[in-house]
Design a protein around this ligand. Structure first.
Ligand SMILES: Cc1ncc(COP(=O)(O)O)c(C=O)c1O
Length: 449
């Protein structure tokens, strides 16, 4: 079915290039250096295990505390499991109207940094919804306290190619960033790049890569990354500019449709992420995504209770944008015809972060058992419990179930909010060895057993 050409595309890295007189390693390093030059870094790595891999390489060598926003991607959490470090979370805040996670403030960072002992800070720039922090100030705060600043720029690889976009993190002084080239810049799925200006830490990341990466990386992936780099070096600004023009056209088209609301500008750092809602027509974002796929053959990037995210990249065309706006117009018309009522807007009350008793790594690999929510109070969680969307864990491995967390989880279940990590029988994973790690309840108080 695939044809012989498909397999011819997959050479081995054993091949030496007689014409160029150098081996595969040298060729790869030359390609990576060209990428570093383009993205304003001293060094770059081509990654075959996505941004997940790059975050793992940066964080595996860490030994101290790492400050991370609670809404961070699971790749940041798994990186912490590989390291000997301890995650310290910046509690999440949400936009009340759209219920999307907000970036931590400089004041929050400053407060945590002042406690001391923070070895690294991992920012997400931008969030999945395109929201950005005041990066200059946040990174200066990290610098002032002598903290390493790493940035999960999975959704920000294209920032360097337009002045309409937020500043790239490396240009704001980050030590290293990881970008999913496959998300916004058109390379193959799985391919990302790590860019670093901190030579000392880059050398550590390379060591970690040697441990964690396959010894047989796909040359196809490297070749595609190199070709994407070449195209971007020659035409990046033009291509990203065109994509942004299309995104603005898409916004203008959607804004004209009665009953369609767009995410306010203040929350939207990246205009290429078109976030819109049909909540006034009684549709959840999840229903809009499903209908666009089933009735109009259009796949959007993401949906949640209120909104849908249509991602406009340099792979999009005016015809595609027209198709999306026409579909949304048709869908909104159908809803209005039915006389639908606006969606209920429940107040989102997130619980406080629970106390952390063990590190992610200690708890994740410990022996576990499954208990009901009623039995979980005072026990140490063996897994994540994450209402999805927006995908921010209310409890992580090593943290203790408090009455507030349990009440919140019960509420999520009551309103049919999907909670990842909860079994079908609504049980949760807790550490088996309760006596060693856990607090038990005595006379209404929490004490160590
Ligand atoms: C914010 C963020 N960080 C990291 C990742 C992981 O990236 P990758 O899929 O390239 O491993 C994702 C993927 O969706 C993401 O959204």
């Amino acid at each position: 079915m695939l044809g012989s050409g498909f397999f011819a595309l997959d050479p081995s890295d054993e091949i030496e290039n007689a014409d160029l007189g150098h081996d595969f390693e040298t060729a790869l390093q030359m390609a990576e250096q060209l990428a570093a030059d383009l993205f304003g870094a001293k060094h770059s790595l081509f990654l075959v295990n996505g941004t997940t891999g790059g975050l793992h390489y940066l964080l595996m060598p860490v030994k101290g505390s790492v400050l991370i926003p609670r809404f961070s991607h699971q790749a940041v959490y798994s990186a912490m499991m590989l390291s000997q470090g301890r995650a310290v979370y910046l509690p999440p805040a949400y936009d009340v109207d759209w219920q999307i996670p907000l970036q931590p403030t400089v004041e929050q960072m400053e407060q945590e940094m002042r406690r001391g002992g923070v070895e690294a800070l991992v920012l997400t720039h931008p969030t999945y919804y395109g929201t950005v922090a005041d990066l200059d100030r946040v990174i200066s705060c990290g610098r002032k306290h002598g903290t390493l600043v790493f940035v999960d720029e999975a959704h920000g690889g294209h920032f360097i190619f337009s002045d309409q976009l937020p500043q790239p993190a490396l240009q704001c002084g980050a030590d290293a960033v990881v970008q999913s080239t496959h998300k916004t810049l058109g390379s193959f799925t799985q391919t990302s790049m790590l860019h670093a200006n901190n030579e000392y830490w880059f050398a550590k990341a390379v060591q970690a890569q040697r441990v964690l990466q396959t010894t047989s990386p796909s040359l196809v992936f490297f070749a595609v990354l190199d070709e994407v780099r070449r195209i971007l070096a020659e035409q990046g600004r033009r291509l990203v500019g065109q994509a942004l023009e299309l995104a603005w056209e898409c916004r203008r088209g959607l804004a004209k449709i009665e009953g369609v609301e767009l995410l306010p500008q203040a929350l939207q750092g990246d205009p290429g992420k078109v976030v819109f809602s049909l909540r006034d027509l009684g549709l959840t974002g999840i229903e809009v995504e499903r209908t666009l796929r089933a009735d109009y053959n259009i796949q959007v990037e993401l949906s949640d209770y209120y909104s849908v995210l249509a991602l406009v990249t340099l792979g999009d065309t005016p015809a595609g944008i027209e198709r999306l706006t026409a579909a949304v117009k048709d869908l909104a018309g159908r809803r209005r015809h039915l006389g639908s009522r606006p969606l209920q807007r429940p107040k989102l009350d997130m619980p406080h972060l629970p106390p952390a008793v063990l590190t992610l790594r200690e708890a994740f690999f410990a022996e576990k058992q499954f208990v009901s929510l009623a039995e979980a109070e005072g026990r140490i969680s063996g897994g994540f419990l994450t209402p999805y969307p927006p995908g921010v864990p209310v409890i992580a491995p090593g943290e203790q179930f408090t009455p507030e967390i349990i009440e919140h989880l019960r509420w999520c279940i009551d309103i049919n909010w999907t909670v990842r990590g909860l079994t079908a029988a609504q049980k949760v994973a807790v550490l088996e060895d309760n006596g060693r790690f856990c607090r038990t309840r005595k006379q209404g108080e929490l004490h160590y057993a």
